[in-house]
Ligand binder design. Structure first.
Ligand code: ZN
Length: 318
C-alpha cells in the first residue's frame, strides 16, 4: 500500500523541515478550577460525584481532582482563539498550510494518545508546548495519497514539571474524485409512545395538533400526563389546536448533531393561542429572523415517511 511517490519534489524538503520543530510556551487562561470540571463532566455526561469537592475528600485523591482526560481542555484558546499574555502565538499547525497549498486539503484525525503524570488539582496553572514529532512518507490510502503528521503536545504545571502529553496523528490527503453515491440520511429518533402520549403522535399522523384536556375541569395541559394538575382528575379528552401561537422562546442547536437534521437547527417553545406551550422544531426557518413574540403557525410535516412532526414557521406578513 505504501509508495514514496513524492521523492524528488522540491516542496517535500520544505515539508520535512518542520519535523522536530518546537513551538514556544502557551499559557492556560485559567487555573484548574471546580466549575470547569463540573461543566466538562456535564457536557461529557461524566459522573461528577467522584470529582466533587465535598465527596472527593474521602477518595484516594484526598481532595478534588480534574478528570485526567480534561488535560487539553485547560489549554483551549476559546471561541475567539486568543491566548493569555506571554504565550507564543505562532500557529503550531503551520505545517498544515504547506500541505494545503500542495493540494492535500482532506483531513482526518487518525488517533490521539494521552499520557498523564499526575492528576491536576484546583489551583494548578498549566502551560503547554507543541512540536511536529513526525511526518510520514507519502502513503496511498483509501482516501487518496497523503501524509500522516504526528503532533506532540506536552503539558507542564506551575513548577514547570511535566503533567502529561498528547500525541495527535492526522492524515492530510488529496481527495479522490467522488464516486456518485445516493446520500443516505438516517431517520430522526422515533417518538417514545406511551398511553399518555400516543394520542399526540396519532393526531399528527392525521394532520391534527391535539392538546390534552381534563374531562372534569377542562384545563388544557401539555406535555401530556396521566392526571390533571388542577383537579387531579384522571379523566381526559383532547381538543384540536388551531396551530397558531407565538414564539415564547427558542434555541439554535449546533451540537451535538444528529445526521437526520439540518444545522443550525432552531427549536422553539411555542405558546399556542389555546394557552399551553409546546416544544417544536422550527426547521426551514433562518434563525436570524426569529424574534420572541412573533406569530407562528404549525406545518405538520412527514419526516422520512414514518411519523410526522409539528414544525412551526413564522406567519407570513401581509
Ligand atoms: Zn381538571
Amino acid at each position: 500500500m505504501e509508495s514514496a511517490v513524492s521523492d524528488g519534489k522540491a516542496w517535500i524538503a520544505e515539508l520535512r523541515s518542520y519535523v522536530g520543530r518546537r513551538y514556544g510556551v502557551i499559557h492556560a487562561w485559567d487555573a484548574v478550577n471546580a466549575s470547569m470540571i463540573r461543566q466538562w463532566c456535564e457536557a461529557m455526561d461524566f459522573d461528577f460525584a467522584p470529582f466533587a469537592a465535598d465527596t472527593a475528600a474521602d477518595s484516594v485523591h484526598g481532595g478534588m481532582v480534574a478528570p485526567a482526560t480534561m488535560l487539553p481542555v485547560w489549554l483551549m484558546p476559546g471561541l475567539r482563539n486568543t491566548r493569555p499574555p506571554g504565550s507564543d502565538l505562532t500557529n503550531p499547525r503551520e505545517v498544515m498550510t504547506v500541505l494545503e497549498r500542495e493540494g492535500y486539503i482532506g483531513i482526518l484525525g487518525t488517533n490521539c494518545e494521552q499520557e498523564y503524570e499526575r492528576y491536576l488539582r484546583p489551583g494548578d496553572k498549566i502551560s503547554t508546548t507543541h512540536m511536529v514529532e513526525a511526518i510520514s512518507d507519502e502513503k496511498q490510502t483509501k482516501f487518496g495519497p497523503g501524509f500522516f503528521i504526528t503532533f506532540l503536545q506536552e503539558f507542564f504545571d506551575q513548577h514547570n514539571a511535566p503533567v502529561g502529553r498528547m500525541r495527535l496523528r492526522i492524515l492530510r490527503f488529496k481527495p479522490q474524485p467522488k464516486v456518485e453515491q445516493k446520500p443516505l440520511r438516517p431517520s430522526p429518533p422515533q417518538p417514545a409512545l406511551s398511553q399518555d402520549t400516543a394520542f399526540f403522535w396519532e393526531g399528527l399522523q392525521a394532520g391534527k395538533l391535539l392538546i390534552q384536556r381534563c374531562a372534569a375541569c377542562h384545563t388544557l395541559r401539555h406535555p401530556p400526563g396521566p392526571a390533571c394538575t388542577s383537579c387531579h382528575s384522571l379523566e381526559w379528552d383532547t381538543v384540536q389546536a388551531s396551530g397558531r401561537g407565538k414564539l415564547f422562546s427558542f434555541v439554535v442547536m449546533h451540537h451535538p448533531q444528529h445526521p437526520a437534521f439540518d444545522y443550525p437547527h432552531p427549536v422553539g417553545l411555542i405558546e399556542l393561542e389555546e394557552g399551553v406551550r409546546l416544544v417544536a422544531p422550527l426547521a426551514g426557518t433562518d434563525p436570524d429572523v426569529l424574534e420572541i413574540g412573533m406569530a407562528m403557525e404549525v406545518v405538520i410535516e412527514a419526516v422520512e415517511g414514518e411519523h410526522r412532526l409539528p414544525n412551526f414557521r413564522p406567519v407570513k406578513k401581509g
